[in-house]
Design a protein around this ligand. Structure first.
Ligand SMILES: *[C@@H]1O[C@H](CO)[C@@H](O)[C@H](O)[C@H]1NC(C)=O
Ligand SMILES: *[C@@H]1O[C@H](CO)[C@@H](O)[C@H](O)[C@H]1NC(C)=O
Ligand SMILES: *[C@@H]1O[C@H](CO)[C@@H](O)[C@H](O)[C@H]1NC(C)=O
Ligand SMILES: *[C@@H]1O[C@H](CO)[C@@H](O)[C@H](O)[C@H]1NC(C)=O
Ligand SMILES: *[C@@H]1O[C@H](CO)[C@@H](O)[C@H](O)[C@H]1NC(C)=O
Length: 151
């Protein structure tokens, strides 16, 4: 991922140099746990994830609150939570919560397997979701941005 990021940045700079008329630089994809603050992270209704994430206004150490629907990011594969685009895990998994374990953010739920037996399952969200200029994202989906969390 780090390698990808550096490659991405070099490619961006190369394109930027060629098209010097462009005044905006593209933002980078950054790791969720490194760029979204732990404080203020919350999960609502089993699938709405909210966090405060740094944006590229580095001069003011800018951040935004962002929400994403984790149904865009996670699926239930035979009782196991997996990273899956538009997986809509909350259609079958229940009792979901988030937890910081080993410095990463884990999503855990109870999910039915193919025989409808429910078991506990967990997924490291840092492998699936990312920070993009203050918005939480996964796959090609970006969450919304706001100054303050919803009351
Ligand atoms: C990054 O986010 C800031 C704050 O919302 C915004 O002003 C800026 O235009 C964004 N940059 C890009 C490349 O989208
Ligand atoms: C989170 O993911 C990034 C890559 O996207 C990785 O560099 C970082 O080590 C991960 N952090 C943890 C605590 O797993
Ligand atoms: C976090 O979400 C739960 C619902 O899952 C809600 O009851 C609680 O008030 C929220 N906490 C904060 C600090 O917003
Ligand atoms: C995001 O945060 C920046 C400051 O870091 C602020 O200027 C901008 O208005 C915020 N964006 C939204 C949509 O609230
Ligand atoms: C972002 O999404 C959350 C969850 O749907 C919503 O409560 C909040 O109002 C939205 N914020 C903005 C600025 O659209």
């Amino acid at each position: 991922m780090r390698f990808f990021t550096r490659t991405f940045v070099s490619a961006t700079l190369a394109v930027f140099a060629l098209t010097s008329v462009r005044s905006e630089e593209a933002a980078e994809i950054q790791s969720f746990v490194d760029y979204c603050a732990y404080r203020g992270v919350n999960l609502t209704g089993d699938h709405w994830l909210e966090a405060s994430c740094r944006n590229d206004m580095t001069a003011i150490f800018g951040y935004n609150y962002s929400w994403i629907d984790l149904n865009y990011c996670v699926g239930n594969n035979g009782g196991q939570l997996i990273a899956y685009e538009n997986g809509i895990y909350s259609a079958s998994c229940t009792n979901c919560g988030i937890d910081f374990e080993m410095k990463t953010l884990m999503l855990s739920c109870r999910c039915p397997d193919l025989d409808e037996r429910e078991a506990a399952s967990a997924l490291d969200l840092n492998t699936t979701i990312y920070n993009y200029n203050g918005s939480i994202g996964c796959f090609n989906q970006l969450g919304n941005k706001t100054w303050r969390r919803a009351p």
